[in-house]
Design a protein around this ligand. Structure first.
Ligand SMILES: *[C@@H]1O[C@H](CO)[C@@H](O)[C@H](O)[C@H]1NC(C)=O
Ligand SMILES: *[C@@H]1O[C@H](CO)[C@@H](O)[C@H](O)[C@H]1NC(C)=O
Length: 475
């Protein structure tokens, strides 16, 4: 009998401890929550293709609202950021500037849900998830991604235990509770007090935002299996798309490609390009400071620079804009000699975009964008794409302060000045495949990665050749 009572006492203690843990994270008791208690915010983009994709999400959402017979005050609100008035001009994609105006723009609901344009939400299931959480506590819910080692794209965060830190997969969306929204909003009123130093460079907003919540608001992501990428019965959210599907790839001749290299890389990097993606196009030119007929290279009279390559990049842009042989081209890709890219996939993706519009496409980074006053830029390593109408404007309206200024950032500043928003592609990558969370890489199809060090670029290229998996083959 004595041992039985000890066991039950132990169980009781364990149960009390568990309840304490759960209620600290806002979980545990059943709460009353209705659809109108959630504000939905889609991190959308103004580019026509992306705006249309976000519109599809909105239509899917509205269909459910109708099926659930939610009317008038019972309707939950959904916002597409690119068409929401009252936001700062810049940086909403980093999320921070959204909070600087939150109460002026959005209703003060107990819950706020953020997601991407391809996220799909099953409203009843999401509501069910929320029934287990208390919105008066600090709650941050989503699908967790983890780094298996410290990563350059996450500012080498989490040195002691990189696996431990969870950041939300935006494809699955995430939820935060009102107290967190209010505290963020308060902090963003005074930027010097907000202490955004850790996010001066905006590289991976989902990680930077989660890190900020962890460090400044002592709130970590609670990982829930109902937030999904691949859909299944139990999922409240999932990712609708692995790779854009816009019909046939654009013709090879619509795309002109410039590879930036220099003398010291002719022997090691260029042969890798020649062995891989060079074979996918007859429109590749190599630009170098050194003549090398075996490649062959084009020299532009710009000496090689160790730091940035603004002089070289602007000369490439001007040459393409001015020369007759480029007449009829629709896109220019500027890549590095250590970019690893599938041109086939790139041409498939470009079929989604209207090349008559002014488009700057690639992986978007930001400098001071989280403060709402810096600038966004396309980070060069994964490839920068310019539609021809924009290219012609860049040739006329942009210039380099010096040949060795960073080309991608100078172009970003110029794009801001001429009021062209960068179009972000989640398929183009500045870093090595190894630098991204494995779980992030796994469920999407990718166009490019960058850098040869400490990885096998031929393997990466092979990875980019493997068939786009069909939607449900991993279920
Ligand atoms: C959040 O997670 C980190 C591990 O990444 C941990 O060091 C920290 O103590 C956690 N914070 C809270 C408030 O639980
Ligand atoms: C492409 O963009 C141009 C310029 O904005 C526009 O005139 C044209 O109608 C667009 N084409 C399509 C198919 O939307």
């Amino acid at each position: 009998m004595a041992s039985f009572s000890n066991v039950s006492k132990f169980c009781l203690l364990a149960l009390t401890a568990l309840t304490t843990v759960l209620s600290a994270s806002g979980a545990g008791k059943q709460t009353d929550v209705t659809y109108k208690d959630i504000t939905f915010i889609v991190i959308s983009q103004p580019n026509t293709y992306h705006a249309n994709r976000a519109q599809l999400l909105k239509e899917d959402f509205e269909k459910q609202v109708k099926q659930l017979n939610l009317k008038g005050d019972d309707r939950p609100a959904l916002y597409l950021l690119h068409e929401t008035e009252g936001l700062p001009e810049l940086g909403a994609w980093t999320l921070f500037p959204v909070f600087s105006v939150f109460s002026n723009v959005f209703p003060s609901t107990p819950w706020v849900f953020f997601c991407e344009e391809e996220t799909r939400i099953k409203l009843p299931k999401l509501l069910n998830v929320l029934k287990g959480f208390d919105s008066s506590k600090d709650v941050f819910l989503g699908r967790g991604l983890h780094d298996s080692h410290i990563s350059i794209i996450h500012h080498f965060y989490g040195f002691e235990d990189p696996e431990a830190f969870a950041f939300p997969d935006l494809r699955a969306g995430f939820l935060i509770s009102r107290p967190l929204v209010n505290r963020l909003a308060e902090m963003m009123i005074d930027l010097s007090a907000a202490d955004l130093n850790s996010v001066d460079f905006n590289i991976d907003p989902k990680h930077e935002f989660a890190r900020y919540l962890s460090e400044k608001l002592a709130t970590n992501l609670t990982e829930l299996t109902e937030f999904c990428v691949l859909d299944s019965e139990d999922c409240a959210t999932y990712d609708n798309l692995r790779f854009p599907q816009c019909g046939a790839a654009i013709p090879d001749d619509d795309l002109s490609i410039a590879v930036k290299t220099c003398g010291k890389f002719h022997a090691d990097r260029v042969p890798v390009v020649k062995k891989t993606w060079d074979r996918e196009s007859r429109n590749i030119e190599y630009f170098s400071d050194v003549d090398d007929p075996s490649i062959p290279t084009i020299t532009l009279g710009i000496p090689n620079t160790e730091r940035g390559h603004c002089g070289k990049t602007m000369a490439i842009i001007r040459r393409a804009a001015e020369r007759k042989e480029f007449a009829g081209k629709k896109w220019l890709l500027i890549a590095d000699d250590d970019t690893i890219i599938s041109l086939h996939r790139l041409r498939l993706m470009l079929a989604c975009y209207n090349a008559s519009e002014e488009i700057a496409l690639g992986e978007r980074y930001g400098y001071m964008s989280a403060r709402g006053y810096g600038y966004d830029y396309i980070t060069g390593g994964g490839g920068m794409l310019f539609s021809w109408p924009l290219l012609e404007r860049l040739a006329k309206e942009c210039s380099c302060p010096s040949d060795d200024a960073p080309d991608d950032m100078i172009l970003g500043m110029c794009l801001k000045r001429i009021d062209v928003k960068i179009t972000h592609s989640p398929y183009i990558h500045q870093a090595r495949k190894e630098d991204y969370s494995e779980d992030f890489v796994k469920h999407r199809t990718h166009v490019s990665f960058h850098k040869h060090w400490d990885c096998d670029p031929l393997e990466t290229y092979k990875f980019l050749q493997t068939d786009v998996p069909s939607e449900h083959d991993e279920l």
